[in-house]
Each structure stands twice: as structure tokens, then as C-alpha cells.
Design a protein around this ligand. Structure first.
Ligand SMILES: [Zn+2]
Length: 201
């Protein structure tokens, strides 16, 4: 059962497309697990459609078609069959980097602002996490972790309120390792990603 969902504002950003691609991937991963958010997203999209219908359309000048190369592009191939959609189609760097005692990090190749990747933690490992300005999302793919807002299991998404100062630690709970997909829109990062940016970037 999913206990942690994205904030309404985060889901709205996803619905309108006003979200960096790398954060869309984390949100979409949660959506594959969560019917509640899929329904909420359908409502938002319907509302968006109604609002668009109320705007008078501009006269069209000729037929606008996307270039053929866009039409021919199907979905990218599955490159990570062990990961759930949409992560199974996202290219990853081959190497896992140690980032802190018990934690390893693997970058995703995603165009656009922000950055993200996979975070793997050994049971009982702790990692300081400094919340920062802007969105930082993490969705659990295996195992579980705990922070000051509770425990996060498979499918749960962490969408902490942006704050310059709030500091939380996460700890991997249970006997299984924890695997998350994590992304941030920040350019100068402070949280887990800031640590990884200094080590890996
Ligand atoms: Zn949800």
C-alpha cells in the first residue's frame, strides 16, 4: 500500500509539463505504482482540457504537422529490464559510485535541467539529507527507508517541502537493501545529490 504521494503542486507541475524531464521520470515511476495519483492526474488533465476549450482558438495558418522524424520515433528501447517503467528505458551510467558508508549511486542520462539517478543503500545505513530550494523527489523501488516524515516502502515517493535549513537523515530499514530513484532540479545541490555532485560530478 502506498503511504507517501507527491504534493498536489508537484502533480500539477507534472500534468502541465512544467517539470524537468529527470523529475518527471521519478514522478512517473510513482504513478506506475499508485492508482490514487493516476486518478488525480486524470482529473487534472480533464480540468486542463476544459480550461483549454474555453479559450477561443487562433485561426490556423496552413496545416501544422510535426516533422516526419518525430512521427517515426517510437518509444526508446528497454535498456534496464530489471527496473520498472519508465526507468527501464532510461540509459544509466555503467558505474556505481560509493557516496557514503553503505550507499552507492548510479547516474541517469537524462537531457534538460536537473539531474538524478539510482541510490542503493545497505540495511541500517544512514545518510544526512539537507533539504534545499526546488524539487527533490525520491521513489522507492526495493526495500525501505525512514526519515522524519515516516517510513517509505516500494512505490512511496518522498517530496519534502522545500526549505533552506531543515535537515533530516534517512536510514535504510528492514533486512533488505533499499533502491530508490532520486532526482533534483537544483543546479547547485545541497542534499544527498549535493554530496554526490561533489563526489561524482
Ligand atoms: Zn500517489
Amino acid at each position: 500500500m502506498i503511504r507517501h504521494h507527491p504534493d498536489e503542486a508537484t502533480l500539477l507541475q507534472y500534468a502541465t509539463g512544467a517539470m524537468p524531464e529527470v523529475l518527471k521520470i521519478v514522478t512517473a515511476t510513482h504513478l506506475t505504482f499508485c492508482t490514487v495519483c493516476r486518478d488525480a492526474l486524470a482529473d487534472l488533465e480533464m480540468l486542463g482540457g476544459i480550461l483549454l476549450e474555453e479559450i477561443d482558438p487562433l485561426p490556423m495558418c496552413g496545416v501544422v504537422r510535426p516533422p516526419a522524424s518525430f512521427i517515426d520515433l517510437g518509444p526508446p528501447p528497454i535498456v534496464n529490464p530489471d527496473l520498472p517503467a519508465p526507468l527501464n528505458r532510461i540509459p544509466l551510467r555503467t558505474r556505481w559510485w560509493p557516496v557514503s558508508a553503505g550507499f552507492w549511486w548510479r547516474m541517469m542520462h537524462v537531457p534538460g535541467p536537473g539531474w538524478g539517478g539510482l541510490l542503493w543503500g545497505r540495511p541500517g545505513s544512514k545518510l544526512p539529507r539537507h533539504r534545499h530550494r526546488g524539487l527533490e523527489l525520491a521513489c522507492v523501488l526495493a526495500g525501505s527507508f525512514i526519515d522524519s516524515s515516516g517510513e517509505y516502502s516500494v512505490g512511496d515517493i518522498s517530496d519534502p517541502e522545500a526549505s533552506e535549513h531543515a535537515e533530516v537523515a534517512i536510514m535504510v530499514t528492514g533486512s533488505e537493501p533499499c533502491l530508490c530513484v532520486l532526482a533534483s532540479e537544483g543546479m547547485h545541490l545541497r542534499g544527498i545529490l549535493g554530496l554526490m555532485q561533489r563526489i561524482v560530478g
